[in-house]
Design a protein around this ligand. Structure first.
Ligand code: ZN
Length: 152
């Protein structure tokens, strides 16, 4: 399980190696994404709170990157944070997510990105529920939910 200390280490010393890489030009991303998906994932945008389609969804499944379809988070680690953005306590795998120090808007935050294609997803904060204490605050528009119908 990742903790805040490991997240900070990744953002300072370098990220884990992803299983694969997906790289496209800006024009290619524009072709396959909606304008809102493009604005958020490729231009580090943020959707309005409570506007995202995945906010109040609790079906079992995997949340995949909207750009490259790599699984990022599992529904079992989703929790209701009350912030208006889908929130998770852990990535689906330690190397699924990439972390970078973000000093925009006069704040020091840790940006989270897809480690496969560098899509901007949101930020991670150290005020999540135990045991990890992490809160990944993610834009709905950066993910697609792959519903698992055969979960027992
Ligand atoms: Zn991706």
């Amino acid at each position: 399980m990742l903790t805040w200390k490991e997240v900070i280490n990744f953002s300072v010393k370098g990220n884990p190696t992803p299983d694969k890489r997906v790289e496209k030009t800006e024009a290619e991303w524009r072709n396959i994404l909606t304008p809102e998906q493009f604005r958020i994932t490729r231009q580090k945008g943020t959707e309005r709170p409570h506007s995202g389609a995945l906010c109040a969804i609790h079906e079992a499944g995997k949340y995949n990157c909207v750009c490259c379809n790599t699984p990022l988070f599992g529904s079992s680690i989703k929790f209701e944070s009350g912030t208006g953005w889908p929130s998770f306590t852990q990535p689906i795998k330690p190397n699924a997510i990439k972390y970078e120090r973000d000093t925009a808007y006069g704040m020091v935050r840790v940006e989270v990105m897809c480690n496969t294609c560098d899509a901007h997803l949101g930020h991670v904060f150290p005020d999540g529920p135990e045991p990890s204490g992490l809160r990944y605050c993610i834009n709905s528009e950066s993910m697609i939910l792959e519903i698992e119908t055969d979960i027992k």
